[in-house]
Design a protein around this ligand. Structure first.
Ligand code: ZN
Ligand code: MN
Ligand code: MN
Length: 298
């Protein structure tokens, strides 16, 4: 990955998941229009296994837009079809191969991070699921030794048999990866809250961060997803709400935006894009910008 110039800015490192319709570079243009310093995108269609090869022109245009806008880091999110914890050999092989293809595309596009939902064990138990996931990661990383993209395991809300509902589960996967220098973690505020980690008060927020630091280590935390939660604490519901309008509320996001430990960690919106015909990214981005400016109220 060639080092591109970073935008000289003291603006908060916030962005949103942006569409790649018409070409991957369009996500960069959408981010620029929304005055974002960072962005998340799918590097292929998120609900299909097949990936159309990236044309040379599309890659060049992407790099040109990155350089021109200085939008960095760039985060990719994997397809929702991938389950690297699957006990079904066919689906497991398909998932590992698809993750490998996405990882290679991240290398070609020079993306810093690839966010992955670790997977589900589908009734076969945590131990087996964790071993399967780590096995897939070892194969993918091992077959692309030159790729410097960091795969970020996303903490999940813990619905069904999904793995990664606790920080300890994430660490159990990381501990089995041979080259863990290319493994990070993505914390999604909605997911961790729905999984049972409270962040709504200063004390609760600090306790959750301490728990993460003890289990995984804060230096692993490479990406934040900023979403409010429709579901209550510990509900295991993965439903994103506009910021400040869900069960998490305003204070948690203020604590996060004011936390100097995460100043250089991208904070990405995955909130609904529209509401009653109104574009909502500007509203949610403005919410984070306000909280970044003034200290969170007690
Ligand atoms: Zn995700
Ligand atoms: Mn997320
Ligand atoms: Mn989610």
């Amino acid at each position: 990955m060639s080092p591109l110039p970073r935008k000289k800015s003291h603006a908060p490192l916030i962005g949103a998941h942006m569409s790649i319709a018409g070409g991957v570079f369009n996500a960069i243009l959408h981010a620029e229009q929304a005055d974002c310093r960072t962005v998340q995108l799918f590097n292929k269609s998120s609900n299909q296994w097949a990936a159309k090869p990236l044309a040379r022109e599309e890659i060049d245009r992407f790099h040109a837009e990155l350089e021109r806008t200085g939008i960095r880091p760039c985060v990719s999110h994997t397809s929702y079809l991938i389950n690297c914890g699957s006990p079904d050999d066919t689906l497991y092989e398909k998932s590992t191969a698809a993750l490998g293809v996405e990882y290679e595309r991240c290398g070609v596009l020079a993306l810093e991070y690839l966010v992955l939902h670790p997977g589900s064990h589908v009734g076969t138990g945590l131990e087996q699921g964790i071993a399967r996931i780590a096995g897939a990661l070892n194969r993918v990383l091992g077959s692309a030794p030159e790729c410097s993209t960091v795969i970020c395991l996303e903490a999940v809300s813990g619905a069904g048999s999904s793995i990664g509902r606790t920080f300890e589960e994430l660490q159990a996967i990381i501990a089995r990866v041979e080259d863990d220098s290319r493994i990070g973690v993505c914390l999604d505020t909605c997911h961790i809250f729905a999984a049972g980690y409270d962040i709504r008060s200063k004390a609760a927020y600090q306790a959750t961060m301490t728990a993460f630091d003890r289990a995984v280590g804060l230096s692993r935390l490479k990406v934040w997803h900023c979403n409010d939660s429709v579901g209550a604490l510990g509900s295991h519901r993965d439903r994103h709400e506009h910021l400040g309008r869900g069960q998490i509320g305003r204070e948690a996001f203020g604590l996060l935006m004011q936390d100097d430990r995460f100043r250089e960690v991208p904070k990405i919106l995955e909130t609904p894009k529209e509401e009653g015909g109104k574009q909502m990214d500007p509203v949610n981005l403005a919410f984070l910008r306000r909280l970044a400016r003034r200290p969170a109220k007690k």
